[in-house]
Design a protein around this ligand. Structure first.
Ligand SMILES: [Zn+2]
Ligand SMILES: [Zn+2]
Length: 456
């Protein structure tokens, strides 16, 4: 960087790496140079100010939806158009099931034998359609796949890879092959390791919970965590109603307990709020949105922000929130951890353009990993009506205590809407206790989760 401005103001400006004024210059020339220095300094200051806020745009969208290219309705073209023009989303990911049984239990109007699993050229068509709709600064059309089936360990979204995750290479349920063999050989459209999202976590509420996300495919909890953390960045805290035929519903599924459970297991995942549309309701079935904090609306920037976990889940379609701890955006890790008992510098900005008079409660949550894995509320801060102006504010009085693995923020709006930030983690991820394996299978068979069985 060629310029550096002292914080005391423009008068203290220093210009580096530029030739200094020659000592024999006349007074007029000298004052011209002084003026130029001042202008350059102002420009440098503006550039620095822009850099400081560069990460702080919020974009709203949906990372999980289907069309008739698997067990949904309509075409990718209809989906992107609806999301862009009707729902006014900034981004939509179409994530078709990768496996051939996806339609087995679909309703007749969604069952036509047309699937990317059976005809990979449909995936090529999805990619081409995404390229046509993708427009920097306006709308980002993401393509992806929903991999695996509920009965084999639940679903994961894999974003922006060139090929269908073919069942011959990765048999359904073989998460070890997916993470250790397939994903490393298939970078995403930006050449990076593909981002993976854990969909609709059902931990402890299905009859397959001990298989959840392939835990049973790895020799230990630690091996499983290591494999997943190369790609997994988000987990759905909201999903659906996936099967609603019309729009304007409330978000159906609430996975806060599962979100806490996985944080406690040591997975570093940010929460998302998706829709999983199987009918023509892309972006409009609910107001739930996944918020991404990025410095510009381009596909590489959004994918990079996902990779950094700069993501949050919101019930409100345009609640903008950005949290920072000691200067790190929610989703980051502070490593090494702060000094024990040091005060954390927590900054946030909160705003909702169509509800300027809403009031809020901000809950600070923190938790550990392993021993007492579930997080709890550490402190609560009210934000009075009209005070969420989008300006940076501080939450003071929160200290870091060793043993706290992470901190995150839950925002409760006066109309009942809720939003969850990603965590900021402290220090390196703690190693899973030796001997920790997958969750034990129950002795008696739990009740089958009927509704989800139709959505394979
Ligand atoms: Zn699913
Ligand atoms: Zn789905």
């Amino acid at each position: 960087m060629p310029f550096a401005c002292a914080s005391s103001g423009f008068a203290d400006c220093q210009i580096r790496k530029l030739p200094g004024p020659t000592p024999c210059l006349a007074g007029a020339a000298r004052s011209k140079i002084a003026l130029m220095k001042r202008i350059l300094c102002i420009l440098a200051f503006l550039a620095l100010a822009t850099a400081a806020t560069a990460e702080e745009h919020v974009y709203f969208g949906n990372l999980h939806s289907h069309t008739s290219y698997s067990d949904g309705s309509g075409t990718p073209e209809e989906a992107y158009r609806h999301a862009r023009d009707v729902a006014k989303l900034d981004f939509l990911a179409i994530t078709e099931h990768n496996h051939a049984q996806a339609e087995d239990q679909a309703s007749p109007d969604r069952k036509d034998g047309i699937l990317i699993a059976k005809d990979h050229s449909l995936y090529e068509d999805l990619k081409k359609t995404a390229a046509r709709f993708n427009k920097d600064g306006e709308f980002i059309a993401i393509y992806g796949q929903e991999v695996s089936s509920i009965a084999k360990g639940n679903h994961m979204n894999v974003f922006e890879v060139a090929n269908v995750v073919d069942e011959k290479a990765v048999p359904n349920g073989r998460f070890d092959l997916l993470f250790k063999a397939w994903l490393p050989g298939h970078p995403d459209s930006t050449g990076q390791p593909p981002v993976v999202q854990l969909n609709h976590p059902y931990f402890r509420s299905t009859d397959h919970y001990w298989l959840e996300y392939g835990q049973d495919d790895f020799p230990s909890r630690e091996d499983w965590l290591k494999a997943l953390e190369s790609n997994v960045r988000t987990i759905e805290l909201r999903n659906g109603p996936a099967m609603a035929r019309d729009s304007g519903h409330k978000p159906e599924e609430f996975f806060e307990p599962q979100f806490l459970k996985f944080l406690g297991m040591g997975l570093r995942v940010a929460p998302s709020a998706d829709q999983d549309n199987h009918y023509k309701t892309w972006g409009t079935v609910t107001d739930a949105r996944t918020g991404i904090v990025a410095d510009a609306l381009t596909k590489p920037k959004l994918l990079e922000a996902l990779r950094q976990r700069h993501v949050y889940a919101t019930d409100d379609k345009d609640l903008q929130m950005v949290f920072k701890v000691d200067g790190h955006l929610a989703g980051d890790a502070i490593d090494p951890a702060p000094a024990a008992k040091s005060a954390l510098d927590i900054q946030y900005r909160l705003s909702d353009v169509d509800e300027p008079n809403a009031s809020y409660k901000i809950q600070v949550w923190s938790g550990s990993c392993g021993l007492s894995p579930v997080a709890g509320v550490v402190q609560e801060f009210p934000v009075a009506a009209g005070e969420a102006t989008g300006q940076w504010k501080r939450l003071s009085g929160i200290r870091y205590f060793p043993g706290y693995a992470y901190i995150f923020f839950k925002v409760l709006q006066s109309d009942g809407d809720r939003a969850w930030s990603a965590a900021v983690w402290f220090g390196p991820r703690p190693t899973a206790p030796a001997g920790a394996g997958p969750e034990p299978q129950p002795k008696t068979k739990p009740k089958r989760h009927r509704k989800r069985a139709a959505h394979r």
